[in-house]
Design a protein around this ligand. Structure first.
Ligand SMILES: [Zn+2]
Length: 365
């Protein structure tokens, strides 16, 4: 539903006659905001940006202003593949700048300062969102959009025949296990990026914080949980490659929470290969490699496209995960492996109406 409130005042027009170095201003980057299901934009360390600024900011010419910009900020991650019926990106646009690209009634106003707009990635406006993000960041020190999330729709025939699916956990909740006494051997993680620290002992979470409306969920620390019903169904159908461990209440090591289990994937052999794209955000491929690991075990901060995997590395089990990690080790956040399931698991999720997962067709090469 679109509301037709008048947009707030726009930034003053600027006169820029030539390409210039922008002043060092906070750089906008996107990091996972897992508990909201959106990827959020945050301000990062200052960085200079080469901009080719034009005459003024106006709806008519703003996109062209940036059209000559170069660099990773304008790369488009998404191209419609044969697997996809449609791909779109949901943005949280700053209402102050929304008029630069969108009609007054376009999208949905969320409060007074943010507008939700969904743009197909094959729509020319998609690229312009990226251009405005880069331009406003460089000139105003503000983002055009704050958050983003891709949505992909696949043909039913493709879903019915694909071998592998990449799994996303839709619900993320707090607290993380670490906050409740779940232990990790940090020394076992990659010294460069912190990926892969091994969990020691059971997952510790307070029972009252475990989700009630889904069968699968993830803590913000990346610990995956599954309902007793999901466990029962997977065990009945002899789903392979997955284990269900106990979840214990804080301070009560023997008090297992019978309603929920920690879901872990036994094997991590899948090699994720190009053209899979990872980056900081839809228009920032992390050209500087800030979120990739020099040791090669971390693929990037966020996944930006459908996943392509090397067929020979996928094994034969129903659940399998990637060798590489995605994300960042920061606070309670830990890089996570990508999880893949078989066609059998997809059909089971559908027939048994198991809730909390989103599946995308994985391309095999
Ligand atoms: Zn690493």
């Amino acid at each position: 539903m679109a509301l037709a409130n008048k947009p707030k005042a726009t930034p003053s027009p600027r006169s820029h006659k030539a390409t210039k170095k922008a002043k060092a201003k906070p750089r906008v980057a996107n990091v996972s905001c897992a508990n909201r299901g959106m990827n959020a934009v945050v301000l990062q360390s200052p960085a200079t940006a080469q901009v080719n600024a034009g005459e003024c900011l106006s709806p008519a010419n703003a996109p062209e202003i940036c059209a000559t910009d170069s660099g990773g900020a304008h790369k488009t991650p998404a191209a419609i593949t044969s697997h996809m019926k449609a791909e779109s990106c949901e943005f949280r646009i700053d209402e102050d700048f929304a008029h630069l690209l969108f009609e007054e009634g376009e999208g949905v106003r969320l409060g007074t300062s943010v507008r939700k707009v969904v743009v197909r990635t094959d729509d020319p406006k998609y690229r312009r969102v990226g251009e405005l993000q880069h331009f406003l960041n460089s000139t105003e020190g503000k983002p055009f959009f704050y958050g983003w999330k891709f949505h992909r729709v696949f043909d039913k025939s493709e879903l019915a025949t694909a071998e592998r699916f990449h799994v996303e956990f839709l619900k993320h909740f707090e607290p993380a296990g670490e906050e409740n006494g779940t232990r990790y051997d940090e020394d076992s993680g990659c010294p460069a990026c912190g990926s892969g620290a091994i969990q020691i002992g059971p997952l510790v979470l307070p029972a009252r914080r475990l989700p009630k409306s889904v069968d699968f969920a993830s803590t913000i620390g990346g610990e995956k949980v599954a309902s007793a019903r999901a466990k029962r169904i997977f065990e009945r159908e002899r789903i392979s490659g997955v284990e269900f461990g106990p979840i214990v209440s804080p301070g009560k090591v023997d008090d297992q929470n019978g309603g929920w289990f920690q879901l872990t994937i036994k094997s991590a052999t899948v090699s994720v290969v190009p053209p899979t794209l990872f980056g900081i955000g839809p228009f920032d491929m992390d050209d500087e490699g800030m979120y990739r690991c020099p040791a090669g075990d971390k693929l990037g901060l966020n996944r930006l496209s459908v996943v392509t995997i090397e067929r020979a590395t996928q094994g034969k089990t129903d659940f399998i995960s990637s060798a590489g990690y995605v994300g960042v080790r920061r606070g309670l956040l830990r890089p996570e492996r990508l999880i893949f399931v078989s066609q059998k698991v997809r059909q089971l999720i559908e027939s048994e109406r198991l809730r909390g997962l989103s599946l995308e067709v994985a391309q095999l090469t």
